[in-house]
Design a binder for this molecule. Structure first.
Ligand code: ZN
Length: 341
């Protein structure tokens, strides 16, 4: 392969990690305000344009290009220069990019602390590692982690996806430019659809970047084949809820030993909350879904067998032996508090 575990490279100065200060954005808003219809969200719109600036152009030109894409308005040379000055006064750092195989470690070691790859979609890490993938991480001049993108090999290239980071590092296209600078690769945006679904490999967006020593020549969307028969390096085998058949992470599943009509099994939380103790009748000692039992007294869930119960005039069930006679009629114990009122 053309990449190595631990491979490192430096980027040129770029505004990729900039989180633009509001003062700069306000100043830009003043410059472009006369060109646009009145908008109370102008500052937000400027942030959107800043985030969309191509990274391989000078700031004024890059802003003008992104501004045109969003507003279909061409900026004059004078305005371009004004904005270029405002943006250039903001100094950014060189970044170091490091490529590592696999995804050993915690979510914060991969920049995105709340990543679902360490939560409900932890299987993604097994599948990434098994298919020869890994991470490219960006560090600033203080060696502080400022962003991460996952990668998977594809033919003679690698595909970058699920980007997170400061400023433009949130955007996948920024990573294309950065790996060009750091590793001398060529990058191209593609639409990619992996052969597996999100339960095996959670993908945020099908817009990805394909990179390699040579420019990827293909046109149109690509459909990389992913081997999902991966060992459980990081996740545990899934269990399926015996009530609703939902896939549940084992650590969040509830085990029940004998549920009426089902037997033993794991249950998801909503199903688990619907399971009650059977306290009377033939199935006393079992558990059962609330729908399968007859409530004989408040909170006392009893038999599962319809032939074991009688119904009184109020529609409440009772076991014949527990029926209470009131005024010549038999009532369920559950009916009595109502009678007494
Ligand atoms: Zn369930």
């Amino acid at each position: 392969m053309f990449f190595l575990n631990g491979q490192e490279g430096n980027t040129k100065k770029t505004w990729a990690t900039n989180e633009w200060p509001l003062t700069t954005v306000d100043a830009i808003a003043e410059v472009v305000r006369p060109l646009l219809p009145y908008s109370s969200t102008l500052v937000d719109k400027i942030y959107t344009v800043l985030a969309a600036m191509p990274l391989d152009m000078r700031p004024g030109k890059a802003f003008a290009k992104a501004f045109y894409q969003h507003n279909q308005i061409k900026l004059s040379a004078e305005i371009k220069a004004q904005i270029g000055q405002l943006l250039s006064s903001f100094v950014d750092e060189n970044l170091t990019l490091r490529l590592t195989l696999g995804c050993r470690g915690s979510s914060w070691e991969y920049y995105h602390e709340d990543s679902c790859w360490w939560g409900d979609f932890e299987r993604s890490r097994d599948v990434l590692e098994h298919n020869g993938g890994g991470a490219i991480r960006a560090y600033n001049e203080d060696d502080e982690l400022v962003g991460r993108v996952w990668f998977l090999p594809y033919e003679d290239h690698i595909l970058l996806f699920n980007s997170y980071g400061k400023g433009a590092l949130e955007h996948i296209y920024a990573w294309g430019v950065l790996v060009e600078q750091a590793f001398g690769w060529k990058s191209k945006k593609v639409s990619a659809y992996f052969s597996c679904d999100n339960s095996d490999l959670y993908v945020n967006s099908h817009t990805m970047v394909v990179v390699g020593p040579e420019m990827y020549e293909g046109e149109g969307p690509i459909y990389p084949n992913i081997d999902v028969d991966a060992p459980y390096y990081y996740s545990s085998p899934p269990v399926y809820c015996s009530g609703c058949n939902e896939r549940v992470r084992e650590e969040y599943a509830y085990y029940h030993r004998h549920v009426y009509g089902i037997g033993e099994g794991y249950f998801c939380e909503p199903c688990h909350e619907d399971i009650v103790d059977v306290t009377a009748g033939h199935y006393a000692g079992y558990e059962a879904f609330y729908n399968d039992v007859f409530e004989l007294e408040y909170g006392d869930f009893a038999t599962c067998l319809v032939e074991e119960v009688e119904y009184n005039d109020l529609g409440n069930a009772y076991l014949p032996k527990d029926g209470v006679e009131v005024g010549g009629r038999i009532y369920s114990p559950i009916s009595l508090p109502l009678e007494q009122e």
